[in-house]
Design a protein around this ligand. Sequence first.
Ligand SMILES: Cc1ncc(COP(=O)(O)O)c(C=O)c1O
Length: 386
Amino acid sequence: MSVYLDHAATTPLDPSVLEAMMPYLTSEYGNASSVHRLGRTARFAIEDARQQFAHLIGAEEGEVVFTSGATESNNFALKGTLKPGDHFITSLAEHEAILEPAKHLQKQGVEVTFLKPYPNGTVSAEQVENALQVNTRLVSVMYVNNELGTVSPIPQIAEICRKNGILCHTDAVQAALFRPRMDILDVDMCSFSAHKVYGPKGVGALYIRAGTPVQTTLIEGGAQERRRRGGTEAVAQVIGLVTAFEQTITKAEEHLLYLETIKAHLINQLEVYLGGRYIWNTPQDGTPTSPHILNLSFPPVNDEPIDGEMLLLNMDMAGFMVSSGSACTSGAVEPSHVLQAMGVPEKTAAATIRFSLGKHTTPTHIEAAVLALARILDRMGRKTNG
Ligand SMILES: Cc1ncc(COP(=O)(O)O)c(C=O)c1O
């Protein structure tokens, strides 16, 4: 059995997305800057895709920049707006694609406040408001946390920013199922990625509200993307991004309902086979969360931590691909910076599993995964009901 339960890391390419991309990987290979027929076909495809994407997110086409993914979009949002002497507010629960550019900018003289999330992993508008300074230029808080699935109140955070004349960015990579609409969220910038929604890797977008004072070019080169990003347009990738988003957004309600059912089944199975032997990191107290992510840890037994890496390896050997939710550096699982920021003790955070569910996840996958987990924990000396 081979079961993929790591959809927050990436998703399989949908066959219909591949089909939409194929002409631009084969016969329609033109460079969108060329004036001949093949070039014009590529240009039309890109501009058509831009219009479609803008429509899907409630924006104008001139407000969409295609990028190589959300990492670039996040870098663009931060480095395009912050200069030495500015103050930037973000949170310790952000993805590395925000934390690392923030640290880079800090070294260059940008003042950065890293808000500590609440124990449930969220950041509130009140926390943002309390951190404001006269020189605050930008706030960036993620919409759905990629390790926990928790949802932060972006419209309220954006409102605080608007009232105080401060720019607001959100990383909405894990939030596509919530159909993020720029006219509702009211942020100035928003990052997207295709490969989390059954699209190809290496492509994303940054929404930049018209009139936002963003440094015009992050990647210098040709005049592509209205001079905002040099480099020959990746036509097939962009078509893949837009096709994947179109499908995700039009079927979001159906997928959300399905994932809620699968998630409830997972919670039930965990209760039956591992009851009381784990702690939830994804809050179960009514905090808004996305149903595709469930994160839990196994506390130490007699002060002996469970070997989290061994747990994941054993799950993999049994055919279940799950993650710890945190970064994996040179093969070693590092303790999660998000769990640390939430105050989860290190010995507990060391043994963490993030289940992230997708549209192909079935109840049978869930039952088999939980049973395997129970057996592995037993083998590792952690008695369960399995
Ligand atoms: C919340 C979040 N932001 C940013 C990224 C990076 O996206 P990309 O792989 O498109 O650069 C990811 C993916 O891991 C993510 O989950």
